[in-house]
Design a protein around this ligand. Structure first.
Ligand code: NAD
Ligand code: UGA
Length: 471
């Protein structure tokens, strides 16, 4: 079946960029990205491309070319579903915050709502593509809901998980290591797979497009994220040992990474991984393992999260101990709030948890991030504290310990210590002499990303502490 009309439910960090690239590369296909969130859709349609809701290098250029040609953003979900031959579901699948599986399982209510809505509206056969990250065997649930419509429409469910990383999304989509498509092993299942293969074949070679059964595809996505996060927790675990033994974690990472069996990527020690997916997907994997009565497997993967929490806590604790065992009333400047550079996304950013710990000890946190707004930072902290059940009074009082700036120099002025939370390139080229002059002495820098030139900073007079090294 030749696809002429695509609809995508969910215009977030995945739906927006993936559909923009499909539209760019397949000009003969009409692509409509819909969302319930009107503000988000308005931002996708904004004339000023600086106002797009997702910041990704290269995204604005793609939007400029495709939007209005064959790429459309809309809140009219019903019409888009009705017109589409193929529907991608790219809605959020957060960790459940209530009831059965709270804090572990993926909350599939948004996905289920999509399936019900599609079933209600569809008047002709459609291919449904799981783009969201889902627990293995979700396709079965979707198929059950879709098949109960009773209006004779046939649905073929495919799994096509997304592997892009934020900050490099457009490059990852243009030059994907692989695209994974899982489908039913029936004749119609294979036909559906081929329809989606044909779309990606507009710009990827056949060897980059892997096809599997549905369950392998669903499980591979959780597995890929678990393996990636496990590497970070492994190197972060060793960073603690490096600090105790005067080994240097960057040297160790380089030494082991040059073994081609290990490989050099994803071995950068840090203040801890963040982002909307690693933690959520591993928790989901752990939940699944427990559900299938595999406690040893569950405990193995859970350790990746435990270690990551330890790393964030260790970083905050190190700041407190180094600042003579208290940060009460002290100004701690944060460089960076996003969970990694080149994105405005702050979900599960290590900065949130480090800030929480320091605020608990009485610190004032003064933040500068080139892409994150004050309202976002305040909302992140409020959300965390609300989740923990703090009273409104306590939350309001704690929020008064947070200050956000438009310029780095203001954030750093008269600070007792600086903590680097995100690896934004611009932090490296600041005038560190001037910063030093305007700080309390001794002037401490805690480089949670090991990006600063520690020799140069020491020469200036800073006391610098990186991750996994004795500076
Ligand atoms: P997001 O929160 O940025 O976007 C999801 C969007 O879906 C929201 O704008 C929401 O309003 C919308 N939505 C919810 N229900 C809807 C409905 N019924 N109809 C229309 N729109 C609806 O989430 P995201 O980061 O884009 O992630 C989406 C999925 O992709 C998740 O499962 C995630 O695990 C997965 N994923 C994310 C990334 C990433 O880098 N963020 C990478 C790979 C996979
Ligand atoms: C990650 C995966 O890399 C993507 O393949 C996947 O599609 C995506 O999750 C998802 O499913 O959402 P993302 O979270 O956007 O992508 O970004 P990463 O580059 O993986 O970084 C995640 C976190 O790990 C960041 O906080 C980053 O700073 C940290 N990190 C990464 C390290 O601390 N060390 C490293 O060596 C690499």
């Amino acid at each position: 079946m030749k696809i002429k009309n695509i609809c995508c439910l969910g215009a977030g960090y995945v739906g927006g960029p993936t559909m923009s690239v499909i539209a760019l590369k397949c000009p003969e296909i009409k692509v409509t990205v819909v969302d319930l969130n009107q503000v988000r859709i308005a931002a996708w349609n904004d004339e000023d491309l600086d106002n797009l809701p997702v910041y990704e290098p290269g995204l604005a250029e793609v939007i400029r070319e495709a939007r209005g040609r064959n790429l459309f953003f809309s809140t009219d979900v019903e019409s888009a579903i009705d017109a589409a031959d193929m529907i991608f579901i790219a809605v959020n699948t957060p960790t459940k915050t209530y009831g059965e599986g709270k804090g572990m399982a993926a909350d599939l209510k948004f996905v289920e709502l999509c399936a019900r809505q599609i079933a209600q509206i569809a008047k002709n056969d459609k291919i449904i593509v799981e783009k969201s990250t889902l627990p293995v065997r979700t396709a079965e649930t979707l198929q059950t809901i879709l098949d109960r419509t009773g209006n004779g429409v046939k649905f073929e469910v495919l799994s096509n998980p997304e592997f892009l990383a934020e900050g490099t999304a457009i490059n990852d989509l243009f030059n994907a290591d692989r695209v994974l498509i899982g489908g039913n092993q029936t004749e119609s299942g294979q036909r559906a797979i081929q329809s989606l293969v044909d779309i990606y074949a507009h710009w990827l070679s056949p060897k980059q497009i892997l096809t599997t059964n549905v369950w392998s595809s669903e499980l591979s996505k959780l597995t890929a994220n678990a393996f990636l996060a496990q590497r970070i927790s492994s190197i972060n675990a060793l960073s603690a040992l490096c600090e105790a033994t005067e080994a240097d974690v960057d040297e160790v990472a380089n030494a082991i990474g040059t073994d081609s069996r290990i490989g050099s990527k994803f071995l950068k020690a840090s203040v801890g991984f963040g982002g909307s997916c690693f933690q959520k997907d591993i928790l989901n994997l752990v939940y699944l393992c427990r559900y299938f009565n595999l406690p040893e497997v569950a405990n193995y993967w859970e350790q990746v999260i435990i270690l990551n929490d330890y790393q964030k806590y260790r970083f905050a604790k190190n700041i407190i101990t180094t600042l003579f065992n208290t940060v009460s009333g002290k100004k701690i400047a944060f460089l960076g709030w996003a969970f990694k550079k080149d994105t405005n996304d702050t979900r599960e950013s290590a900065a949130i948890y480090v800030a929480e710990h320091l605020i608990e000890d009485g610190a004032d946190i003064h933040i500068y991030d080139p892409k994150v707004s004050e309202s976002k930072i305040m909302a992140d902290m409020r959300y965390l504290w609300e989740l923990k059940g703090l009273t409104e009074q306590r939350i309001t009082s704690k929020l008064k310990q947070i200050f956000v700036y438009q310029s780095p120099m203001e954030a750093l002025d008269q600070a007792h210590a600086i903590a680097v939370l995100t690896e934004w390139d611009e932090f490296k080229s600041y005038d560190w002499e001037e910063i030093y002059q305007n700080m309390y002495q001794p002037a401490f820098v805690f480089d949670g990303r090991n990006i600063l030139d520690d020799e140069k900073l020491k020469e200036i007079g800073f006391e610098i502490k990186g991750i996994g090294k004795v500076n």
